[in-house]
Design a protein around this ligand. Structure first.
Ligand code: NAP
Length: 506
């Protein structure tokens, strides 16, 4: 059953069923490829948020989900993977229409990745040490301890628009694996695929375990992060809003996970294979039209290969197919919205003003059948100084900033000279030296001779102002669990109780 009506009006999903707010106001979802409205979604108020949180709290307290044996929860996670896989075309079409991400990427990568993620965590949950027994201590007396990992409770999940299904699942999979209940708020310009996803998951978990609301982050996001009955916030979005989330969450000392911005630095060593580095660097920055937090936006190139590499980057860049995101041949779609498009263009203009050289692209593109769309031509900017705006700020578009270096020390210094620490990488023929260099990069992920090398069994997350906490793999469980220590005394003779003597005359 789909909750979409023939007019493409989407309800919310709370407590196991479609939910319509009393006020019945809507937010239009606009296709960034055409500028046209593709759906209307119910707009939730703080009252509707309360309804969703109350449903999640009831489901948590009822205990059916959190007390389910991990082996049984594992089976449910497998069923969620199945639900997603068997509804892939519908989920992908919703996501393309709202986000402008390409059908090639969403069907070819995102959906298989989230199916794999649920299956990976379905396996992990079976063997994860939710209970650990610590050896009894003979001194000062016999005592026995268990360390118990318990779900935190009601988790508020807030996601960005660039990979709506993927970002949602990166939070939902570990939150559910650990026995929590959730209320998710997707980005208000791309809510449709998340609503459908939650409806599909809702069919295989108890009512109230998953709930979705929709509305502007400035109001609903604040209401979530300040909410007294939400125990944890997991947020994916900009560093600026991430700081606000952390401040708000401090009011009730909510547990917080932050997946924030990035300014990935890829170092091209003098011994790198130019052809591999050129294709790889552009894959690193043009994936999802550059709208990826872990993008390789700064290419730090040794002076000895600088000009030949630039030449190859330009040639390859001009072959990248920009077009209608629903066309399976399209590699790059539009910017996600008009305002974002304007922001990306203003960064490119600032580079020219700052004295950098536009080697390729730099302008708007018109795309057949997508006349109202917000397309930026793939852009390479050379002679960038790391102090320039384009090197320091997150552009979030198909824009590569190329920086020259002379010594390895200088390359390391430039790569780490950023407030962010999400991704970094090295292109080289010397993978032994690369291991040592990787240790010196202040970043949560380091990729050698490739980019975007994410695995569902390997943790992903940031250093510095790219946030904290990890997603993917069993390491993500830690962010969705509390740790309890239960210690039992087996000493029955009061006179033998060593510490009692501090208080009693024994
Ligand atoms: P954003 O403006 O920070 O928005 C992200 C989410 O936060 C949206 O759902 C937004 O709602 C909501 N929000 C807005 N104001 C809020 C508030 N006061 N309190 C709570 N939530 C609030 O980010 P964006 O521009 O949409 O997304 C791009 C950013 O996400 C980039 O910086 C990118 O690097 C980052 N990102 C990071 C990762 C990672 O894993 N590290 C992954 C993907 C993206 P509305 O949509 O209604 O405004």
């Amino acid at each position: 059953m789909s909750i979409t009506s023939s007019e493409n009006v989407f309800d919310l999903y709370i407590d196991g069923k479609a939910y319509r707010p009393e006020a019945a106001t809507y937010i239009d979802v606009i296709s960034p490829a055409t500028g046209k409205v593709v759906a209307r979604v119910q707009n939730a108020s703080s009252v509707d948020l309360d309804v969703a949180v109350a449903a999640a709290r009831r489901a948590f307290k009822a205990g059916e989900w959190r007390n389910m044996k991990p082996a049984d929860r594992s089976k449910v996670l497998y069923r969620i993977a199945q639900q997603i896989a068997s509804n892939a075309p519908e989920l992908a079409a919703l996501e393309v229409a709202a986000s402008g991400g390409t059908i090639k990427r969403i069907l070819g990568l995102d959906i298989p990745a989230v199916v794999d993620l649920f299956m990976t965590l379905a396996e992990e949950v079976k063997t994860y040490q939710f209970v650990e027994y610590i050896s009894p201590r003979p001194f000062p007396e016999q005592m026995h301890s268990q360390i118990i990992k318990e779900p935190i409770g009601v988790c508020g999940l807030i996601t960005a628009w660039n990979f709506p299904i993927l970002l949602a699942c990166m939070k939902l999979a570990p939150a559910l694996a650990c026995g929590n209940t959730v209320v998710i708020k997707p980005a208000s310009n791309t809510p449709t695929s998340t609503i459908r996803l939650i409806e599909l998951i809702g069919e295989v978990v108890p009512a109230g375990v998953v709930n979705v609301i929709n509305g502007p982050g400035a109001e609903l996001g604040d209401a979530m992060t300040l909410h007294k009955d939400i125990d944890k916030i997991s947020f994916t979005g900009s560093t600026e809003i991430g700081k606000r989330v952390q401040r708000n969450a401090a009011e009730t000392l909510k547990r917080v996970t932050l997946e924030l911005g990035g300014k990935g630095a890829a170092i091209v060593m003098p011994d790198a294979d130019i052809e591999r580095a050129a294709y790889g660097a552009l894959f690193g920055v043009y994936f999802n039209s550059g709208q990826a937090c872990e993008s390789a936006t700064r290419l730090i190139v040794h002076e000895s290969i600088y000009e030949p590499l630039l030449q190859r980057l330009k040639e390859i860049s001009e072959t990248v197919v920009v077009g209608d995101p629903m066309d399976p041949a399209t590699a790059m779609g539009p910017m996600s919205s008009e305002s974002h498009f304007r922001k990306v263009m203003s960064f490119i203009e600032s580079a020219s003003r700052d004295g950098a050289r536009i080697v390729s692209g730099g302008d708007q593109m018109s795309v057949p059948n997508c006349e109202g769309g917000f397309f930026v031509r793939p852009t390479i900017i050379a002679d960038v100084d790391n102090g320039m705006n384009v090197a320091q700020q997150e552009i979030f578009g198909p824009v590569l900033s190329v920086i020259k270096f002379s010594t390895t020390e200088e390359a390391m210094q430039i790569a780490n000279d950023t407030i962010y620490g999400l991704s970094a990488g090295i292109w080289t023929s010397n993978v032994v030296e690369a291991q040592a260099l990787a240790r010196r990069l202040n970043s949560g992920s380091v990729w050698i001779n490739d980019w975007h090398m994410m695995r569902t069994d390997v943790p992903f997350g940031g250093y510095k102002q790219s946030g904290y906490g990890r997603e993917f793999s069993k390491y993500s469980f830690e962010s969705y669990l509390e740790t309890k220590a239960i210690t039992t005394s087996f000493e029955t003779n009061v006179a033998n109780k060593a510490l009692y003597k501090i208080v009693h005359s024994l």
